[in-house]
Design a protein around this ligand. Sequence first.
Ligand code: MG
Length: 387
Amino acid sequence: MNSDATNLAAWAATDEKSRGRRYTEAPPTFRGEFQRDRDRIIHSTAFRRLVYKTQVFVNHEGDLYRTRLTHSIEVAQIARTIARALQLNETLCEAICLAHDLGHTPFGHAGQDALNECMKSYGGFEHNLQSLRVVDELEERYAAFPGLNLTFETREGILKHCSLNNARQLGDVGERFLKREQPSLEAQIANLADEIAYNNHDLDDGLRAGLLTIDELREVPVFRRQHDVVLATYPEVSDRRLIHEVVRRMINYVVTDLIETSAAAIGEAAPADVDAVRQHSGSLIQFSDPVRTEHLELKRHLRDHVYRHYRVLRMTNKANTVISGLFETFFKRPELLPTEHFESARDLESQAGEAGRARAVADYIAGMTDRYAITEYERLFDPAKRS
Ligand code: MG
C-alpha cells in the first residue's frame, strides 16, 4: 500500500521506482516506503539529540532560538509545500529533511569545522557524510541490520555533497558524484529548503539576540521590500508582529519564486521519469536569477553580521577548545572512552589503523549534544568534577 502515489508527476520518486533498501525487507503493510523511512528517522536516537544541538545559538543562551531539531522541522515544512505544489513526493522530501542534519556535531558549524580539523590526517569530517553514516551504520535499533536501512532515495538526498575520494567508497549513493548526475527532485528541494529555512530563521534569531538591526537589514533588498510593504499596510503594528510578518512574507516570496521557476524548468526539460531527472545536465529545482541574487545577498549579510559577530565567534572559539580537547585526549588514550566507544575504537582500528581509531572518536564526539560535550570536557579536565 502506498499513500504517496496519488497525484504525482511522472518524474516524481515513487515506491514502485525505488532502488530499494540495502537489506531486503517485506514492504510495509499500512504505509509507503518513504513513510517508513520518515518514521524510522523520527524514532532514532540521533533525531532526539537534535533538540540539544546548536543551530547558531547555544541551547543555554535562550529557550526561543532555533535548535537543530526545530531547524530540521522548519526545513521539512518548507520542502513539503514545494514538493506538493510541484506534484513531487512530499513524504520522501520530509524524510530527507528530517534526516539531513542527523550527523551534525555539537556547537553548529564551529563544531563541524573543529572536528574536521582534528580529522584532517584521517579522512576529514563532513556532517553530510556523517548523517549518512548515522542512518547506515551508527543507529542501533533493529535486530536484523545495522542502522535504519533506509531507501536509496532518502540516503541519496541526505548525501548533498561529497568529495570524489569519499564518493568512490560509498557504493550506490556515491555514484552520482562520479558520473556528475543529479539527485531526485525531492533531494534538490530538500537542499534549497534548508537554505531558505536557515536564511530566514537566522535573521529572526539574529534580531532576537540583538546581533542584527532593522536599519542594517534594510540594506538587504529582499528584506527592505517586504518591510516597506508591511509598514505601509500596517503602520501601527508592534515590533514583534512586524518582524514575524516580514519574515513570513520573505519565505513566501522565495518559495513562490522557487516553485514557479522550477515548474517552468521541469516543463521545459520534460523528463520522462526520475532517471531522466538524474541525467539532466543541472538541477531543475532553482530560483530565478534575481531571487538567487537576493537570496545570496541575505546570506552574505548574515555571515557578516551574525556568524562573524564577536558573541558568536566566542562560542566558535569555545567549541574549538572543547572539541579539540576531547578529540586529542580520546585519540591518545582510547581507554578513557566509555566502554562501547572504546570497543568500536578497537574494532575500527583493527580494520583501518589509526584512521579507524580516529573515526570512532569522531563518531562519539559528533553524536554528543552541546551540553553533553561540555560535561564530558569537564569530566576530563576539571579535577573537581566526577569522572
Ligand atoms: Mg540544515
